[in-house]
Design a binder for this molecule. Structure first.
Ligand SMILES: Cc1cc2nc3c(=O)[nH]c(=O)nc-3n(C[C@H](O)[C@H](O)[C@H](O)COP(=O)(O)OP(=O)(O)OC[C@H]3O[C@@H](n4cnc5c(N)ncnc54)[C@H](O)[C@@H]3O)c2cc1C
Length: 467
């Protein structure tokens, strides 16, 4: 069948293969299904399959093989690089796949690939349980987990992928393969950090942890002029902190929110997001040194874990434009703090951020060979996040984020989680893993996807696709 010249008979035959809706341009729901979180991309697939379960995914993979059309996989649609849709290809939209089952006694959860973090957290915290998850609730569990998965709980419980117990994967040849430490352990190793390179994951099973009913979360803000002092104080606080303390320090534009003094509205400020996963009274003692620095805004308060997870939602609605770079560093040196502060000069005044995020804790205690994830000894992640709304801002924001590459170059170490970055080139992907792990991932790609059917991602090319 040639789907590129699809007539109504052929389309009817294709539709009959799927339980879910098969949409083309003009159909109701097509635009919603193809839409990505990042408004930098407006891609128009030839067909969108609204997958209802594993059989639809198997049929979709077969259709892509048969037609040789590009194949895009969409979980939550948050990929900053726009890979979760495509032009003139087939988009498997997994977002209708929402089943989620918690085993509270075993402290595990099984979730289908269309679940997002808001839905995941709601289901698990109903049992007083959680695992490390994305910091914006509309982000999908699928892309985030496969790309490593960083979240507020990571110093206590490791990255999201560190909490993966098993996955069911539709491979390029149409099989459904179970991957865990005991079954297909090579695939399980690569899924954790290797992104969507090896197949379409339809089910994820995670380990859960108890969270107190109330924890401490919120933000403290100071004028930008105090950035050096605040960043150093935050670094000192983290140096001896228990794993329960996490968060980040950032340079951002103060929003015109009621809790922000009017003189700060629209001004660059320095802020700390504080998250402390212990009883709030003990947590408050821990962050006392920050409060001693007399912030102009202090909205840190006891709240449920789900509220901590929603802290950044207001700043991250659908439809903004995004372009990001990130690197890992071995230490947060005075020089890096000063370089970060100097880069503020060209930062826009809408939603962009320079963000320093502490790592360590449990992340660093997991052996390096446990999964494809690298650079576990990194102490901090440094992010340059361009986020804006109008086309007029685009050129300046892109230039500002690109210029940050030179700022961070003297400090960066090899390896950065795939989910952090909009960069997708071969060299970048290889550098993420280092030579040894990269060679292992190429061997895995040769085994599970030798024709590179799954290539709309931060692609690990199989040997057949190398010149
Ligand atoms: C506002 C915002 C906040 C974010 N916060 C965090 C954060 O706190 N921590 C963090 O680590 N990252 C974060 N990210 C990055 C995010 O984790 C990645 O963009 C991730 O890919 C999003 O997952 P998704 O399912 O929404 O992605 P999608 O865009 O749907 O998918 C991204 C890619 O993942 C692959 N993929 C998706 N689903 C599957 C599947 N079922 N099987 C195989 N491959 C699949 C495909 O290659 C796809 O192109 C954030 C992104 C945004 C935009």
């Amino acid at each position: 069948m040639s789907i590129t010249t699809l007539d109504s008979t052929a389309l009817a035959e294709v539709r009959a293969r799927f339980d879910g809706d098969v949409l083309e341009e003009g159909d109701a729901g097509y635009d919603d299904a193809r839409k990505l979180f990042n408004a930098m991309f407006d891609r128009k697939p030839r067909l969108v399959v609204r997958c209802t379960g594993a059989p639809d995914v198997v049929a979709g993979v077969a259709l892509a093989r048969e037609t040789q059309l590009p194949l895009a996989i969409k979980g939550g649609g948050h990929s900053v690089n726009g890979h979760a849709s495509c032009d003139d290809g087939i988009l498997l939209d997994l977002s209708p796949m929402k089943e989620i089952t918690v085993d509270a006694d075993a402290h595990t959860v099984r979730a289908q690939a269309g679940v997002n973090w808001g839905e995941f957290d709601a289901a698990t915290t109903a049992h007083g349980l959680a695992t490390t998850g994305g910091r914006v609730t509309t982000t999908g569990i699928a892309g985030l987990t496969l790309g490593t998965g960083s979240g507020w709980l990571e110093r206590l419980h490791g990255y999201t992928a560190d909490n993966l117990i098993s996955a069911d994967v539709v491979t390029a040849d149409g099989r459904i393969v179970h991957a865990s430490e005991d079954e297909n352990p090579d695939l399980f190793w690569g899924l954790r950090g290797g992104g969507g390179n090896f197949g379409v994951v339809v089910n994820f099973e995670y380990r859960l942890h108890e969270v107190p009913p109330l924890v401490l979360g919120g933000m403290l803000l100071w004028p930008f002029e105090r950035a050096g002092e605040i960043m150093r104080a935050y670094r000192a606080l983290l140096a001896d902190a228990p794993d329960e303390l996490g968060g980040a320090v950032a340079i951002l534009t103060a929003p015109p929110a009621p809790f922000v003094p009017p003189e700060l509205h629209g001004q660059h400020v320095v802020g700390v997001v504080a998250t402390v996963f212990m009883e709030p009274e003990r947590g408050a003692e821990l962050i006392e040194p920050l409060r001693d620095l007399e912030p102009l805004v202090d909205i840190v308060a006891p709240m449920p874990y789900t509220a901590v997870q929603q802290l950044l939602d207001p700043m991250n609605p659908h439809g903004h434009k995004h372009y990001w770079k990130a690197e890992l560093v071995e230490e947060l040196s005075d020089e890096l703090i000063d370089a970060t502060i100097a880069h503020e000069e060209r930062m826009g005044r809408s939603h962009s951020l320079l963000l320093l995020q502490p790592l360590g804790g449990r992340i660093a205690r997991i052996p390096d060979d446990a999964s494809a994830i690298t650079a576990r000894h990194a102490a901090w992640a440094a992010h340059c996040i361009g986020e804006w709304e109008t086309p007029e801002e685009t050129e300046g924001e892109l230039a500002w984020v690109r210029a940050w590459a030179d700022v961070i170059a003297p400090f960066r170490m090899a390896g950065v989680p795939m989910t952090f970055s909009a960069d997708t080139g071969d060299e970048r992907v290889r550098a993420t893993y280092g030579d040894e792990k990269y060679a292992r991932l190429v061997a895995l790609k040769d085994k599970y996807d030798p024709e590179n059917l799954f290539r709309l991602n931060q692609n690990i090319k199989p040997s057949s696709a190398r010149s």
